[in-house]
Design a protein around this ligand. Structure first.
Ligand code: GRF
Length: 208
């Protein structure tokens, strides 16, 4: 695993509102992690996450993906990650699939991991519209998952999950709100702590 360090550096990649990014920023700010948030990166100029990063005083940049090939866009991201000496990436509502080439390049560049949060109890409901599908299902439990990113979408090893009981009287938007507030904003910081604890105290079976 990665060397134990108090200077492990993270980047958050997000495309939208940024409520999960904000939960992570709050935790970074109060010293919950023996690590630094080095960069916040978005592909959407109007993403709320850029404003939030500015309010918290974290370096933030936007790299729009329109009018540029996927490969060139990912190359730009890799360059900024390198310049910021980023070890690991936290995806928080980043609405672009990272190509297998990016995953390989990032691995060779930083030997780092990429974590993601998904609004369902994986392996159930991977992909888009996960909350809508949970809401429409007959299942009594909904939730969210923090997992490692692999080249298979929403399929990497799970770090932490959290669940809530569905209420018969809530609409999809209310359920989305509860999953974010009651589950995602709680489990993402905890999952990151677990990840950092594991980096600092690898078991002897773990080989990187
Ligand atoms: C979250 O539901 C997350 O699980 C998914 O995208 C959403 C991002 O929401 N990957 P926010 O921008 O963090 O509020």
């Amino acid at each position: 695993m990665h060397k134990p360090s108090t200077n492990t550096r993270f980047a958050i990649l997000a495309s939208g509102r940024g409520s999960n990014a904000q939960a992570l920023m709050k935790a970074f700010e109060r010293g919950f992690f023996p690590a630094e948030l080095a960069l916040v990166l978005s592909n959407k100029p109007k993403a709320g996450v850029l404003q939030i990063a500015q309010e918290y005083g974290y370096p933030a940049i936007c790299l729009p993906h329109e009018n540029i090939s996927r490969q060139d866009h990912e190359e730009q991201i890799l360059t900024h990650l390198k310049q910021a000496h980023v070890d690991h990436i936290l995806l928080a509502g980043y609405m672009r699939i990272l190509s297998p080439n990016f995953l390989l390049r990032f691995k060779s560049q930083s030997n780092g991991h990429i974590l993601n949060i998904h609004p369902s109890l994986l392996p159930d409901f991977p992909g888009l519209h996960a909350v809508e599908r949970q809401h429409a299902s007959a299942r009594p439990i909904a939730g969210a998952t923090v997992h490692f990113v692999t080249d298979q979408v929403d399929s990497g090893p799970v770090i932490l999950q959290g669940s809530i009981e569905l209420r018969g009287d809530e609409n999809v938007e209310e359920l989305k709100h509860r999953i974010r507030k009651e589950v995602e904003h709680v489990i993402y910081p905890r999952a990151l702590r677990l990840f950092l604890d594991r980096i600092a105290n690898p078991t002897h079976q773990e080989v990187r």
